[in-house]
Design a protein around this ligand. Structure first.
Ligand SMILES: Nc1ncnc2c1ncn2[C@@H]1O[C@H](COP(=O)(O)OP(=O)(O)OP(=O)(O)O)[C@@H](O)[C@H]1O
Length: 347
């Protein structure tokens, strides 16, 4: 059932405007890959190209050893699940799940067995089979859409923001159900999402896309802890960013003249991996310390998130207690939490 998917140097444009630019990636059999990236970077275009819904300009798409670049959508056996569910409203739950099987000429008995199997798989009771899909909740609709897609045993399942129409609680449970199904059935899948946490939880590997190209493609832990560019760092939740000159960075890191004085650098770090210290605290040596003043204190459950003003700009840092507006503190960023990139010069 499940196959490897290899994309080689794929280019797609709309009316001459390039959207995917020589994009390559290889997805293993049974692997779930998340495509993460800003709006308009080409995630849905890539899914549509894989499915055969749109024409490609150059490059190839391989399923195992078969080049399917020119194959029609039906013969590719890649099935898409959409954000909007795309169920047929005039059909029952049964009718929706059975549709692809009827088209493929399955017998009535085999269809009934398969639909029952699929309903059980996605945790929907058989009594719902005769219901109209218009009477279902969002979570139930997405389960029917998933059952319909899996019923035909696709080689690759393409999930286009399947959870974004669901409310927060349902989204969390459906997220884990899809992941469990993928591990149980071992299907190859590509998941498009805007949600970083969803990508981290669900995917075996994450591809961060930027303007039609892949910026970084690796395991969730690696991309989270070792973003290879400022773009990926920004996208992976390193919400604090200072732009500093080489000589300032040399001073902060106590590394005399290691960097050119005129070059600018971007320092990224997470609010939760920095610390707020006070004048009486002993100062660790394995990090950088910056004088700061509290500008805001916001309760966020486990701790308080504080807005801090420093000579390098504003940032956020967590602390267990609320601190007074205007209070002087020391911002401490451990070396292991620092991500430093050469910044482009501003003219
Ligand atoms: N049918 C189309 N005709 C012309 N331009 C299109 C078409 N579909 C998408 N585009 C353009 O191609 C670019 C990529 O769109 P795409 O939908 O693939 O991005 P995306 O990363 O999926 O965005 P989002 O996260 O907002 O869904 C965008 O600039 C979009 O405006």
């Amino acid at each position: 059932m499940s196959k490897t998917l290899r994309i080689e140097q794929l280019s797609v444009s709309y009316a001459g405007k390039p959207v995917l630019c020589e994009l390559s990636m290889a997805i293993q059999r049974g692997e779930m890959v998340a495509l993460l990236g800003p709006s308009g970077c080409g995630k849905t275009t890539l899914l549509n190209a894989l499915c055969g819904f749109i024409q490609t300009d150059r490059g190839q798409i391989w399923l195992d050893n078969e080049d399917v670049t020119q194959a029609n959508a039906q013969s590719r056996q890649m099935v898409q699940v959409f954000q909007s569910y795309a169920l047929w409203p005039h059909m029952s739950v049964f009718g929706n799940i059975a549709y692809g099987l009827k088209v493929r000429g399955w017998s009535a008995k085999a269809i009934e067995q398969r639909v029952a199997q699929m309903l059980e798989l996605v945790n929907l009771p058989w009594v719902l089979a005769k219901s109209s899909v218009t009477t279902l909740s969002g979570g139930q609709c997405q389960r029917v859409a998933l059952a319909r897609a899996l019923a035909v045993k696709p080689s690759v399942l393409l999930l286009d923001e399947p959870l974004s129409n669901l409310d927060a609680k349902v989204r969390l449970s459906v997220r884990h159900e899809i992941k469990q199904l993928q591990q149980q059935l071992g299907f190859t899948s590509v998941l498009v999402t805007h949600d970083r946490e969803e990508a981290l939880v669900m995917a075996d590997r994450i591809a961060v896309m930027n303007q039609g190209k892949i910026e970084q493609f690796c395991e969730p832990e690696t991309i989270y802890h070792h973003p290879k560019s400022a773009f990926v760092a920004d996208f992976m939740g390193l919400d604090n960013h200072f732009r500093v000159r080489g000589e300032q960075l040399n001073q902060l890191l106590k590394e005399d003249s290691k960097r050119s004085a005129q070059q600018y650098y971007s320092i990224y770090f997470r609010p939760e991996s920095a610390q707020i210290l006070f004048s009486a605290d002993s100062f660790p040596s394995d990090g950088i310390g910056i004088d700061a003043r509290v500008s805001q204190s916001v309760f966020q459950g486990q701790s308080y998130r504080h807005g801090l003003e420093t000579v390098y700009g504003a940032c956020w840092c967590d602390y267990e207690q609320p601190l007074a507006h205007g209070q002087s503190v020391k911002l401490f960023i451990p070396l292991r939490a620092l991500h430093i990139f050469v910044a482009p010069s501003v003219h």
